[in-house]
Write a protein that binds this ligand. Structure first.
Ligand code: PNS
Length: 158
Protein backbone atom coordinates (compact mmCIF):
# COMPACT_ATOMS: atom_id res chain seq x y z
CA UNK A 1 0.00 0.00 0.00
CA UNK A 2 1.37 3.39 -0.95
CA UNK A 3 1.02 5.95 1.80
CA UNK A 4 1.43 9.67 1.08
CA UNK A 5 2.17 12.32 3.68
CA UNK A 6 0.88 15.87 3.02
CA UNK A 7 2.76 17.98 5.56
CA UNK A 8 2.35 21.61 6.52
CA UNK A 9 1.77 24.17 9.23
CA UNK A 10 -1.88 24.60 8.21
CA UNK A 11 -2.25 27.84 10.19
CA UNK A 12 -4.98 27.84 8.98
CA UNK A 13 -5.75 25.22 6.29
CA UNK A 14 -6.94 26.90 3.08
CA UNK A 15 -9.02 25.78 0.10
CA UNK A 16 -5.70 25.37 -1.73
CA UNK A 17 -4.49 22.85 0.87
CA UNK A 18 -7.80 20.98 0.70
CA UNK A 19 -7.64 20.86 -3.09
CA UNK A 20 -4.22 19.20 -2.98
CA UNK A 21 -5.27 16.79 -0.22
CA UNK A 22 -8.43 15.74 -2.10
CA UNK A 23 -6.58 15.20 -5.37
CA UNK A 24 -3.93 13.25 -3.48
CA UNK A 25 -6.65 11.02 -2.01
CA UNK A 26 -7.61 9.97 -5.55
CA UNK A 27 -4.07 8.77 -6.24
CA UNK A 28 -2.97 7.04 -3.03
CA UNK A 29 -4.53 4.30 -0.94
CA UNK A 30 -3.83 6.16 2.27
CA UNK A 31 -3.10 9.84 2.83
CA UNK A 32 -1.76 11.22 6.09
CA UNK A 33 -2.33 14.94 6.49
CA UNK A 34 0.42 15.99 8.87
CA UNK A 35 0.34 19.12 10.99
CA UNK A 36 3.99 19.88 11.70
CA UNK A 37 4.67 21.85 14.87
CA UNK A 38 7.33 24.52 14.64
CA UNK A 39 8.05 25.56 18.26
CA UNK A 40 9.99 28.66 17.12
CA UNK A 41 7.01 29.99 15.16
CA UNK A 42 4.05 31.70 16.84
CA UNK A 43 0.84 30.26 15.39
CA UNK A 44 -2.59 31.87 15.20
CA UNK A 45 -4.43 28.60 15.84
CA UNK A 46 -3.46 25.96 18.38
CA UNK A 47 -2.38 22.52 17.25
CA UNK A 48 -5.72 21.10 18.42
CA UNK A 49 -7.64 23.69 16.41
CA UNK A 50 -5.64 23.04 13.23
CA UNK A 51 -6.06 19.28 13.57
CA UNK A 52 -9.80 19.81 14.21
CA UNK A 53 -10.24 21.99 11.10
CA UNK A 54 -8.52 19.40 8.93
CA UNK A 55 -10.42 16.45 10.42
CA UNK A 56 -13.74 18.20 9.74
CA UNK A 57 -12.69 19.07 6.19
CA UNK A 58 -11.70 15.49 5.25
CA UNK A 59 -14.39 13.65 7.23
CA UNK A 60 -15.92 12.32 3.98
CA UNK A 61 -12.64 10.72 2.85
CA UNK A 62 -12.09 7.39 4.63
CA UNK A 63 -8.56 6.96 3.23
CA UNK A 64 -7.38 10.26 4.77
CA UNK A 65 -6.22 10.63 8.37
CA UNK A 66 -4.92 13.68 10.21
CA UNK A 67 -1.86 13.41 12.46
CA UNK A 68 0.65 15.79 14.02
CA UNK A 69 4.36 15.79 14.68
CA UNK A 70 7.13 17.84 16.20
CA UNK A 71 10.62 17.26 14.82
CA UNK A 72 12.09 16.04 11.57
CA UNK A 73 9.67 15.45 8.74
CA UNK A 74 11.44 12.28 7.63
CA UNK A 75 10.92 10.78 11.12
CA UNK A 76 7.21 11.64 10.84
CA UNK A 77 7.03 9.92 7.46
CA UNK A 78 8.79 6.82 8.80
CA UNK A 79 6.48 6.68 11.84
CA UNK A 80 3.40 6.84 9.60
CA UNK A 81 4.75 4.34 7.05
CA UNK A 82 4.65 6.97 4.29
CA UNK A 83 6.84 6.39 1.25
CA UNK A 84 6.20 9.74 -0.37
CA UNK A 85 5.74 13.37 0.62
CA UNK A 86 3.28 15.36 -1.49
CA UNK A 87 3.71 19.13 -1.65
CA UNK A 88 1.60 21.64 -3.57
CA UNK A 89 3.37 24.14 -5.82
CA UNK A 90 1.57 27.42 -6.46
CA UNK A 91 4.15 29.13 -8.62
CA UNK A 92 7.78 28.94 -9.62
CA UNK A 93 8.59 31.03 -6.54
CA UNK A 94 7.69 28.01 -4.37
CA UNK A 95 10.02 25.78 -6.30
CA UNK A 96 13.47 26.85 -5.02
CA UNK A 97 12.83 26.12 -1.35
CA UNK A 98 10.70 23.04 -2.07
CA UNK A 99 13.40 21.52 -4.28
CA UNK A 100 15.97 22.12 -1.56
CA UNK A 101 13.76 20.48 1.08
CA UNK A 102 12.94 17.55 -1.24
CA UNK A 103 16.64 16.91 -1.85
CA UNK A 104 17.44 17.21 1.86
CA UNK A 105 14.62 14.81 2.81
CA UNK A 106 15.79 12.35 0.15
CA UNK A 107 19.36 12.56 1.44
CA UNK A 108 18.71 12.30 5.18
CA UNK A 109 15.65 10.06 5.12
CA UNK A 110 15.54 8.35 1.73
CA UNK A 111 12.02 9.68 1.24
CA UNK A 112 10.75 10.85 -2.13
CA UNK A 113 8.79 14.05 -2.73
CA UNK A 114 6.18 14.55 -5.41
CA UNK A 115 4.96 18.01 -6.37
CA UNK A 116 1.34 18.66 -7.23
CA UNK A 117 0.52 21.88 -9.07
CA UNK A 118 -2.08 23.85 -7.17
CA UNK A 119 -5.32 24.44 -9.08
CA UNK A 120 -5.15 27.87 -10.78
CA UNK A 121 -8.22 28.91 -8.80
CA UNK A 122 -6.16 28.81 -5.60
CA UNK A 123 -2.68 29.77 -6.77
CA UNK A 124 -2.83 33.17 -5.01
CA UNK A 125 -3.77 31.70 -1.63
CA UNK A 126 -1.49 31.39 1.36
CA UNK A 127 -2.19 30.94 5.07
CA UNK A 128 -0.31 34.14 5.84
CA UNK A 129 -2.45 36.22 3.43
CA UNK A 130 -5.59 34.62 4.85
CA UNK A 131 -4.48 35.64 8.35
CA UNK A 132 -3.76 39.17 7.16
CA UNK A 133 -7.09 39.65 5.36
CA UNK A 134 -9.10 38.20 8.27
CA UNK A 135 -7.21 40.20 10.90
CA UNK A 136 -8.00 43.41 9.00
CA UNK A 137 -11.71 42.57 8.88
CA UNK A 138 -11.94 41.08 5.38
CA UNK A 139 -14.04 38.03 4.57
CA UNK A 140 -12.20 34.80 3.81
CA UNK A 141 -15.39 32.80 3.15
CA UNK A 142 -14.86 30.33 0.32
CA UNK A 143 -11.08 30.64 0.58
CA UNK A 144 -10.88 28.37 3.62
CA UNK A 145 -13.03 25.50 4.93
CA UNK A 146 -16.26 26.74 6.57
CA UNK A 147 -15.10 25.86 10.10
CA UNK A 148 -11.98 27.99 9.58
CA UNK A 149 -13.96 30.97 8.25
CA UNK A 150 -16.21 30.80 11.35
CA UNK A 151 -13.25 30.52 13.72
CA UNK A 152 -11.51 33.48 12.09
CA UNK A 153 -14.63 35.60 12.36
CA UNK A 154 -14.87 34.78 16.07
CA UNK A 155 -11.13 35.30 16.63
CA UNK A 156 -10.99 38.74 15.07
CA UNK A 157 -14.36 40.06 16.22
CA UNK A 158 -13.54 39.22 19.83
O1 PNS B 1 3.07 24.80 5.57
P1 PNS B 1 4.54 25.08 5.63
O2 PNS B 1 4.87 26.02 6.77
O3 PNS B 1 5.09 25.56 4.31
O4 PNS B 1 5.23 23.66 5.95
C1 PNS B 1 6.62 23.56 6.07
C2 PNS B 1 7.04 22.19 6.63
C3 PNS B 1 6.31 21.93 7.92
C4 PNS B 1 6.71 21.12 5.63
C5 PNS B 1 8.58 22.28 6.88
O5 PNS B 1 8.86 23.36 7.71
C6 PNS B 1 9.15 21.02 7.52
O6 PNS B 1 9.38 20.04 6.82
N1 PNS B 1 9.38 21.02 8.87
C7 PNS B 1 9.87 19.89 9.61
C8 PNS B 1 11.33 20.06 10.06
C9 PNS B 1 12.27 19.40 9.08
O7 PNS B 1 12.20 18.22 8.82
N2 PNS B 1 13.16 20.21 8.50
C10 PNS B 1 14.04 19.78 7.44
C11 PNS B 1 13.30 19.84 6.10
S1 PNS B 1 14.38 19.72 4.78
Amino acid sequence: MTVALCPGSFDPPTSGHLDVIRRCARLFERVVVGVVINPSKQSLFSLEERVGFLKAAVADLPQVVVRHHQGLLVDFARREGAQVLVKGLRAVSDFDSELQMAQMNQTVGGIETMFMPTSPAWSFLSSSLIREVASLGGSVAGLVPDSVAEAMKERFHE
